[in-house]
Design a protein. Structure first.
Length: 207
C-alpha cells in the first residue's frame, strides 16, 4: 500500500507513531516533511511517499488496506460536500420529553445526526446518566481538527462535544463507561477511544 499527502486512517497513525509525531491519523504537511527527512537520512528518494521500499526500510509491515474504523473528513466531504454550503443541515426542535438538564431545546445539526442523538439522549434519561451531563458544548462549527490540516467532523454537524471542561483533548477522560455506552450503543464513536484522547467528543460511527 502507499501512504502520501492526504492519506488518512490507522496506517497513518502507525506511521506517525514510528516517526514520533503527533498522532491524528492525517497525513498532512508535517507528516510528509518528517517522511522526507527520514528517507533522506536513510538513503532513500526523499519524495515524502511511503511505498514498499520505505515501509521495508522502516521495518513496518506492508499490509493490504483495511476498513477505516472511524468516519473521517474525506468521508464527510464526499457525502455532504463543502461544509460552508451547509448541506443537509437543519434546526432540530428537540422533543420536550428529552429537554432534561442541559440537553438543548434546539440544535443546528446534520439531519443524519438527529435520530442517533435522540436515542442517545433517551438512553441518558432512561438510565439516569443524564445527571452526569454537566455541559453541552456544541455541534456545528466549521474548523480544522486541532493541530491537523483535516477538517473536524463538527464542520458537517455530525459530532457533538459534552463536558468539555473535564474531558479536554489529550487528557484522560472522566466520563463513566455507562454514560459513554448511552452513545456508542446507538451509532456513535467516542473520542476517548482515539489514539489522541478526546473525551468530550462523540461522532457518528457511519454516514
Amino acid at each position: 500500500m502507499i501512504l502520501k499527502l492526504g492519506s488518512q486512517g490507522p496506517e497513518v497513525e502507525a506511521l506517525q507513531t514510528f516517526l514520533k509525531l503527533n498522532v491524528d491519523g492525517d497525513f498532512g504537511p508535517k507528516t510528509e516533511a518528517a517522511v522526507k527527512d527520514w528517507q533522506k537520512a536513510h538513503g532513500l528518494n526523499p519524495d515524502g511517499v511511503v511505498g514498499d521500499k520505505t515501509y521495508a526500510a522502516m521495518g513496518l509491515p506492508v499490509t493490504k488496506p483495511v476498513s477505516k474504523k472511524y468516519v473521517y473528513s474525506d468521508d464527510a466531504l464526499k457525502k455532504y460536500g463543502d461544509p460552508h454550503l451547509q448541506n443537509n443541515m437543519i434546526v432540530w426542535d428537540v422533543p420536550t420529553e428529552l429537554e432534561i438538564g442541559v440537553i438543548p431545546k434546539k440544535l443546528y445539526c446534520n439531519k443524519d445526526l438527529v435520530e442517533p442523538l435522540k436515542k442517545a439522549f433517551k438512553n441518558l434519561i432512561d438510565t439516569g446518566y443524564v445527571k452526569e451531563l454537566k455541559t453541552f458544548d456544541g455541534c456545528f462549527c466549521i474548523r480544522n481538527i486541532k493541530g491537523s490540516s483535516s477538517m473536524s467532523l463538527h464542520s458537517w454537524g455530525i459530532a457533538i462535544d459534552v463536558n468539555a471542561a473535564w474531558n479536554g483533548l489529550g487528557v484522560v477522560p472522566v466520563l463513566s463507561q455507562g454514560f459513554v455506552k448511552c452513545f456508542t450503543d446507538v451509532g456513535f464513536d467516542w473520542g476517548g477511544n482515539f489514539t489522541r484522547k478526546d473525551g468530550m467528543h462523540f461522532q457518528l460511527s457511519k454516514i
